[in-house]
Design a protein around this ligand. Structure first.
Ligand SMILES: Cc1cc2nc3c(=O)[nH]c(=O)nc-3n(C[C@H](O)[C@H](O)[C@H](O)COP(=O)(O)OP(=O)(O)OC[C@H]3O[C@@H](n4cnc5c(N)ncnc54)[C@H](O)[C@@H]3O)c2cc1C
Length: 433
């Protein structure tokens, strides 16, 4: 028997250290550092690097990476336990060197980068000396990459990139952008595009505007609408094989999706704790909110949602460690990805509702959590697309019935059983059950 739900004591002591460190040192930063990605901000530079040094000293820096890249090579189960803590603070991931999208970008650089590309981009990225941006989605459509039309055309020993990208997160802070562009329009749809490493200060890279999410004040957006006009990069700026952009993109998405889910467990737990505290602290019409059955239902439903979601995340993490093959867990990852926004949305909404007017205000985090739940249902593929993937994979493993009626058709099952047990049935008085 190998079913286990316990953490070994050695790793538990690391988790205990992380929990305390986050509460004492990292959580307060959420109120004073505007963006952990803005390495030009002197306040950020004064406060975050010393904490990163403590994390390195403890040996917990960039734990998603293998030892060859300076990480611990922790499997996904350990990462899940860590990430659900880091997700409770805005700056936890950057203090521990595992923030999106840099973690995924580092993964593809490690996987596909040439020695020169790794030296120029990967090393400083892993050390958080710089940050990066993944520039893939286009204004005319993100869920269907087949409609992308940003072009890269070879001109001598340079590629010339023209086009527009939408929601390129952190472009304004990034030293380089990873840009997906059509290089081979006559190839089959999934072999038309290639990936390029483009330094942000290359002439022709222009941020049209930085788009913010619904809860952010105007001017604080960090999801860039980017225009590339005649952007020239050398031939060796291509990341991965020509026509191989889909393969490169997929390499970063498997890990990226499950890590988002791990951090989301942390965020929903935070909302849930607030909800419970409110239920036992606020009274109306002579009794605590927690005494009212409709409020109790919110608590019970939220607990069930969170525990169900967490178990699915942990089981998926366990499968990734076991099979070491993201293709084999595509179904599980799509299921996690589809469940994540619903659980986040429902729990955050209940927490908001239970806090009344205070809950809906900007003095509590719930309104931003509700919007963030939509972020989780869009970035790295919309929920609908993941549900379609999940259903298709399930159905591809399902055998059609050979007869007219389903294999669960009761009369046929009963007839087969009666035939098999005919001798025994002769002893009884009844013909049919
Ligand atoms: C906060 C945030 C950060 C992001 N960061 C990045 C980034 O750094 N880099 C980057 O390149 N992109 C980024 N994105 C973009 C993200 O990848 C896209 O939003 C996503 O791919 C969906 O594309 P779209 O927004 O153009 O929606 P559309 O493609 O217009 O789809 C709109 C809606 O249509 C429905 N839909 C779509 N396809 C199907 C289908 N097959 N079946 C049924 N319904 C469907 C879904 O409800 C979907 O939400 C980010 C998005 C968000 C919200």
């Amino acid at each position: 028997m190998a079913w286990e739900f316990e953490t070994d004591p050695e790793f538990q002591s690391e988790l205990d250290w992380i929990e305390q460190f986050l509460a004492d040192e990292v959580a307060p930063l959420d109120h004073v550092v505007r963006s952990g990605y803005d390495i030009a901000d002197p306040v950020r530079q004064k406060l975050i690097p010393p904490l990163q040094a403590k994390v390195r000293e403890r040996g917990l820096w960039a734990c998603h990476l293998g030892p060859d890249l300076g990480g611990k090579g922790y499997g996904q189960v350990k990462l899940a336990l860590m990430n659900e803590m880091l997700g409770q603070t805005r700056h936890g991931p950057i203090v521990f060197g595992c923030q999106a999208p840099d973690s995924g970008n580092a993964e593809i650089l490690a996987h596909f980068g040439t020695p020169e590309q790794k030296d120029r981009y990967l090393r400083p990225l892993l050390d958080n000396e710089i940050v990066s941006c993944f520039s893939m989605t286009e204004p005319q459509g993100g869920a269907d990459p087949k409609v992308f039309n940003t072009r890269a055309v070879l001109d001598g020993d340079e590629w010339v990139i023209d086009g527009e990208k939408w929601f390129s997160s952190n472009a304004k802070y990034a030293s380089f952008l990873i840009v997906m562009a059509v290089t081979d329009p006559d190839n089959p749809p999934y072999q038309r595009m290639s990936m390029f490493l483009v330094p942000t200060d290359t002439p022709g890279v222009e941020i049209i505007r930085n788009v913010g999410l619904g809860y952010q004040p105007a001017g604080e957006g960090s999801h860039a609408y980017v225009r590339y006009t005649g952007v020239r990069v050398p031939v060796d700026a291509m990341l991965g094989p020509r026509g191989g952009a889909f393969v490169v993109a997929q390499t970063r998405l498997g890990g990226g999706r499950i890590h988002h889910a791990m951090r989301t467990v942390g965020q929903v737990r935070k909302a849930f704790e607030a909800m419970c505290e409110r239920a036992v602290s606020r009274a109306t019409q002579g009794e605590m909110l927690g005494r009212k059955q409709l409020m109790q239902q919110m608590i019970a439903d939220s607990w069930i949602d969170i525990e169900t979601f967490r178990l699915l995340v942990m089981q998926t993490a366990w499968k990734i460690d076991k099979y070491k093959d993201y293709k084999r867990v595509r179904k599980d990852i799509s299921a996690v990805k589809a469940l994540m926004p619903r659980v986040f949305h429902d729990v955050a909404s209940r927490a908001l509702q239970m806090h009344g007017s205070l809950g809906v205000s900007h003095e509590m985090p719930f309104a931003s959590m509700v919007i963030e739940s939509f972020h989780m249902g869009l970035a790295d593929g919309p929920t609908e697309v993941h549900k379609v993937t999940l259903a298709r994979l399930i159905l591809s493993e399902t055998t059609p019935t050979s007869g007219m009626f389903p294999t669960t058709h009761l009369p046929a099952l009963a007839a087969a059983a009666r035939e098999r047990f005919a001798e025994a049935l002769e002893l009884g008085l009844h013909d049919e059950v």
